[in-house]
Design a protein around this ligand. Structure first.
Ligand SMILES: [Zn+2]
Length: 483
């Protein structure tokens, strides 16, 4: 066992940022590299991302989209066609100016997102209303130059999917934006067990070049919000800028309506911060690379006991194969307690302890990572019961996240109450909000580092006074600090 396994993780309550970095590195999810701002995702972290990605990929396909792949480079002139977009991204773009020893005639951007190249290419392919809708998605790495690095949360290079669609009507595009936000929420809740609030971004927080942006905001266990997926209605802003026209049903020339939506490896940061504790990760069972770890325990000097333990372990392993992702920790010369800590750090949802003493009664002990709950289960039926036990662990984890959301939630009606709510630390405040720039600025100025995360999709103010100006408000703003 390496030294870093036995070294304690910094307690969350002591220093949340250090706790986060400790967990990411010691659980071997990811690490820093010599390239500033760039992380390496290690096999355990990549397996977690793959399982998350596969779940979302299935939803993307289920809702009628197809995957494709666009170039990594975007010519400078393409990027500059949509004014708001280029303004929004300019400070973060990395440029290639040489190819081999030759200066390029036109610098190439490394894609920060692909709207511009997709529009340039689809302007050739979309000719008639029969070519619509276009429903495509790309899984790719993108680059946005960052000064500050936080593993998974803020890195210069990251991995994501970006969906891009074109439609005949604005209404159809709006339905698409809703559908995909729904998929992100399904992933966050039904797969990752997070507590989320979906809603609409304010004008100042929307995507550069969008008509409007929807987001899901996921609650982290320190009370901060993580924007965990965004879906944008782009209107005709890009299709006009890139001159994408088609012949509509009335034989007239028209611009299609467009959407884009993305979810990235940031979500892995959300899983870590949403669920982890002082012992390390707590992984949602559906995406955990290892769902069940078996720790066989036999005493030296008891060869008969060791044989019984080995046989029982092999039987469980054989019977559970194919139905759960199971690993047996057969490492020699390591004490059981150290093995427990090793797998707790890695967030494995269930630990099965197979020991001679329990086996004498035909039993094994199962310990659940989320709450430490122990149960004795007949060794004979364990393999059959594991999927149900994982399902129960999934619900326990989600319940825990919802309880956390309850404990952080505050309803406020004035800026004074907002300040009061944040007095003892970060909360998730909800308040009637008129959605003007002035009132948004007033909210931001009233409490350090808070922003309007979104206008909640699940609540309406119904004319109650805006927390800042007192005029009748339609929206309920979710106000929090965010990553
Ligand atoms: Zn107001």
């Amino acid at each position: 066992m390496s030294e870093k396994d036995t070294k304690k993780v910094t307690p969350k309550s002591e220093d949340f940022d250090r706790w986060y970095t400790d967990v990411v590195r010691r659980a071997e999810l990811a690490d820093y590299t010599p390239i500033g701002g760039c992380m390496v995702v290690r096999p355990y972290g990549w397996a977690l991302w793959e399982n998350t990605r596969d779940a979302l990929d299935a939803m993307i396909k289920r809702t009628g989209h197809e995957n494709m792949q666009f170039p990594l480079f975007i010519p400078k002139s393409y990027l500059e066609k949509e004014a708001q977009h280029v303004q929004g991204f300019a400070p973060e773009v990395a440029w290639v100016t040489r190819g081999g020893s030759k200066e390029l005639e036109e610098p190439l951007a490394i894609r920060p997102t692909s709207e511009t190249i997709i529009c340039s290419l689809y302007s050739k392919w979309i000719q008639s209303w029969r070519d619509l809708p276009v429903l495509i998605n790309q899984w790719a790495n993108v680059v946005r130059w960052e000064k500050r690095t936080r593993l998974f949360l803020r890195t210069t290079e990251f991995w994501w999917q970006e969906g891009h669609t074109f439609h005949e009507t604005s209404e159809e595009a709006a339905r698409e934006v809703d559908t995909m936000l729904g998929c992100y929420n399904e992933l966050a809740v039904d797969w990752l067990c997070l507590a989320t609030i979906p809603g609409r971004k304010t004008e100042s927080e929307k995507f550069a070049g969008a008509d409007y942006t929807l987001s899901i905001e996921a609650l982290m266990s320190d009370g901060l919000a993580l924007q965990a997926g965004t879906s944008h209605h782009l209107g005709q802003n890009f299709t006009k800028a890139y001159d994408i026209t088609y012949t509509d049903r009335n034989n007239a020339l028209a611009y299609p309506y467009q959407t884009s939506w993305g979810l990235s490896t940031r979500m892995i940061g959300g899983v870590i911060m949403g669920h982890g504790d002082d012992q390390g990760l707590i992984l949602p069972p559906k995406v955990a690379p290892v769902q069940v770890v078996i720790v066989p325990i036999s005493r030296s000097g008891d060869p008969d006991g060791a044989r019984v333990v080995d046989e029982a372990t092999e039987k469980i392993e054989r019977e559970a194969r194919g139905s759960v992702r199971l690993k047996v920790d057969r490492r020699e010369g390591i004490r059981p307690g150290e093995k427990y800590a090793h797998w707790e750090l890695r967030g494995v949802p269930l630990r099965v302890v197979v020991g001679a003493k329990d086996l004498a009664d035909g039993m094994v002990t199962v310990v659940r990572r989320v709450d430490g709950e122990q149960s004795r289960v007949p060794a004979d039926t364990l393999a059959v019961q594991l999927p149900r036990m994982l399902d129960e662990a999934h619900h326990a984890l989600h319940r825990r996240a919802l309880d956390m959301l309850d404990s952080y939630s505050r309803d406020v009606t004035t800026l004074g109450e907002l300040q009061e709510a944040f007095r003892d630390g970060p909360v998730w405040a909800s308040a009637p909000f008129c959605n003007t720039r002035e009132c948004e600025d007033a909210v931001k100025a009233s409490v350090h580092a808070v922003t309007v995360r979104n206008l909640r999709a699940d609540r309406e103010a119904g004319g109650k006074p805006c927390l800042a100006c007192g005029r009748p408000a339609e929206h309920v703003a979710l106000i929090a600090r965010a990553y």
